[in-house]
Design a binder for this molecule. Structure first.
Ligand code: GTP
Ligand code: SPV
Ligand code: MN
Length: 593
């Protein structure tokens, strides 16, 4: 026992020698600990208490204005061989990466306290869960990790028992974008992050561990670490299906995970349970199905757009014990963002609000809250075995072409559909917003290894004995000529999930097209919906000429992964391209001049 623990002790000592903190604090996760931390952060201005009458135990944190999102250009996967990181990652030689970032860490904690955070990703007693330790000089990170992970004494006990943990070293440094790196060493199970205090860059259990490092481990051990929500849906017959869905950052995972059924569905007995809103770890169980856990314990969600109309469950969980980052403020000290009623008095930088300077809340303003505060939270999220997955859904922001929903014909086609995902960029990452890019399985910024190997790993699940979920693709973001969304989205998305569930249960028909199976418009219930005439037909049409271009673009994108692109995926792309060409020929469309 003692020798296992000493690996952790040794590392903490080594880091302390290098970073020179004034004090070292081992986090136990207790109430007393967080209370003391909070008062210190309120004293030094890191946290601003919000109106205690409307938002008890809620705080506002304002980031450095240059530190408000993930920084993909400063995020590296440092494998011994450059090829293993793949063209989908920025790469640096591990020795060089350690040298460069260690130089930044030298003496960086002078005058600060170093916090040692033992944490567990997943239910503490789950065989699917994994532990890590984050060392940080940011009390804001400690407060967030306490809500986002199982942090403290229980995690330390598991680490002590297993002797296994991912090492994450973090310092906010000077918050200088010129002195900022987020480095991953998957072969060592190590993360080093310097110069940012923002979520995905600094809460190392989340994207750095639970996706980049975990995806690497998952490939070696035969499981999947994915950028997916997990939602449970009970139909009126009383059967609950769990669905895992991968949408890129700020493309609707949190909203789908906690959707409230439309009134007519509620009356019929439909019920929705939230297991997770961002990350899903899954592996085959003894029955051959995929069983999934949410490795997180909280939500770090996009605030703007969250309202009583779009996501009442989220609003309900944000009334107490929450941290808000980069939101605006009303005159009476309540958090505010675009989509809420009322008026902001101060913008996210604390200046008197002036609409000429842009939105009051930063477009990537976030809330942090314990998952248990969500009204649709389910104890199934604590089940050590996880929940069985009935369907996997891919989707992105596609203003044109991509239908509301279609189903892949089989697993191999499903992997192609995931690999071919595209979406418009959002404010979750620094850089231009609204630019179409390939984001396979919503993992472009998060896969810790070569996409060719990743697709091969996905394909490897297609084997005797496994009962794989059906695979679907959705698009809530299709726009009409007037530039407005054709589909109302949010709670109404249950209408599309209903079709999926009926497919899973073998009850719903579909029309076969070259891109997959689509519902007939009559198969989507639109009772009580105020859709524009012809909108549903538009949403479910397959534009063969557009898809011919799309599948060609998919082929060109996949070709960049050669020679690691699996042959089966090349064949699948060719099969779909041929099916589209044959269908075009059959409908005798005029050939392009
Ligand atoms: P990350 O936390 O960055 O991984 O994002 P996420 O995928 O959880 O995204 P989230 O659910 O927070 O949604 C982000 C934005 O998309 C919000 O502004 C939502 O209002 C908007 N959105 C979510 N669902 C829908 C939908 O069904 N239709 C439309 N039109 N917008 C949606
Ligand atoms: C995302 O960007 O996909 C998020 C927020 O979920 S972050 O934790 O910053 O990665
Ligand atoms: Mn995310």
């Amino acid at each position: 026992m003692a020798s296992k623990l000493s690996r952790l002790d040794q590392w903490v000592e080594e880091v302390a020698r290098h970073t020179q903190p004034d004090a070292i604090h081992w986090c136990d996760g207790s109430e007393a600990e967080i209370a003391a931390l909070r008062s210190r952060m309120v004293e030094d201005g890191t946290l601003l208490p919000l109106n205690p009458a409307t938002h008890p135990n809620c705080f506002l944190h304002r980031s450095h204005p240059g530190d408000v999102a993930r920084v993909e250009h400063l995020t590296f996967v440092c494998t011994r061989s450059r090829e293993d990181a793949g063209p989908n990652n920025h790469w640096m030689d591990p020795a060089e990466a350690h040298a460069r970032i260690d130089a930044l860490f030298a003496g960086c904690m002078k005058g600060r306290t170093m916090y040692v955070i033992p944490y567990c990703m997943g239910p503490i007693d789950s065989p699917l869960a994994r532990c890590g330790v984050e060392i940080t000089d940011s009390p804001y990170v400690v407060a967030n990790m306490r809500m986002m992970t199982r942090m403290g004494a229980a995690a330390l006990a598991r680490i002590e028992r297993e002797g296994q943990f991912v090492k994450g070293l973090h310092s906010i440094g000077e918050l200088d974008p010129e002195r900022r790196f987020i480095m991953h060493f998957p072969e060592e199970g190590t993360i080093k992050s310097y110069g940012s205090g923002y979520g995905g860059n600094a809460l190392l259990g989340k994207k750095c561990h639970a996706l980049r490092i975990a995806s690497w481990q998952a490939r070696q051990e035969g499981w999947l670490a994915e950028h997916m929500l997990i939602v449970g849906i009970r139909n009126p017959e009383g059967r609950t299906h769990y669905i895992a869905a991968a949408f890129p950052s700020a493309c609707g995972k949190t909203n789908l995970a906690m959707l409230i059924p439309p009134p007519a569905y509620r009356e019929k007995g439909w019920k929705v349970w939230t297991v997770g809103d961002d990350i899903c770890w899954m592996q085959p169980g003894p029955d051959g199905r995929l069983w999934a856990i949410n490795p997180e314990a909280g939500f770090f969600g996009v605030a703007p757009g969250t309202s009583a109309a779009t996501n009442p469950n989220a609003l309900a969980m944000l009334g107490h014990d929450a941290i808000f980052t980069n939101v605006a403020l009303t005159a009476d000290g309540q958090p505010w963002w675009e989509g809420l009623d009322g008026v902001p008095a101060f913008d996210w930088q604390g200046r008197p609000f002036d609409p000429a300077r842009g939105p009051a809340a930063h477009p990537n303003a976030r809330f942090t809250v314990s998952a248990r505060q969500c009204p649709s939270w389910t104890p199934a999220a604590e089940d050590p075995q996880g929940v069985p997955i009935s369907a996997i859904v891919f989707g992105g922001r596609r203003p044109s072409l991509v239908p509301l929903v279609f189903e892949a014909r089989d697993w191999r086609h499903g992997v192609l559909v995931g690999a071919a995902m595209g979406s418009e960029t959002t404010a979750a990452a620094a850089g231009a917003v609204g630019v179409m890019r390939r984001d396979p399985m919503a993992m472009k910024p998060f896969c810790g290894y070569h996409f060719g190997d990743y697709f091969a790993h996905w394909l490897s699940f297609d084997r005797p004995g496994l009962k794989l979920p059906r695979v679907f693709h959705v698009n809530w973001f299709r726009k009409g000529e007037d530039g407005r969304f054709l589909w109302p989205g949010f709670g109404e998305n249950l209408r599309v999930l209903e079709w999926m569930i009926r497919r899973v249960e073998g009850e719903a028909g579909a029309r076969e097209t070259p891109i997959g199976y689509l519902p007939e418009p009559s198969a989507i219930c639109v009772d009580g919906l105020d859709l524009a005439p012809g909108a549903l037909e538009r949403l479910l049409e397959v534009d063969l000429a557009g898809w011919a271009d799309e599948i060609e673009a998919t082929g060109a994108f996949l070709a960049e992964l050669s020679p690691r692109l699996p042959g089966a995926l090349v064949e699948e792309q060719a099969r779909v391209a041929a099916a589209i060409a044959a269908a075009r020929a059959a409908t005798a469309e005029p050939v392009d001049a």
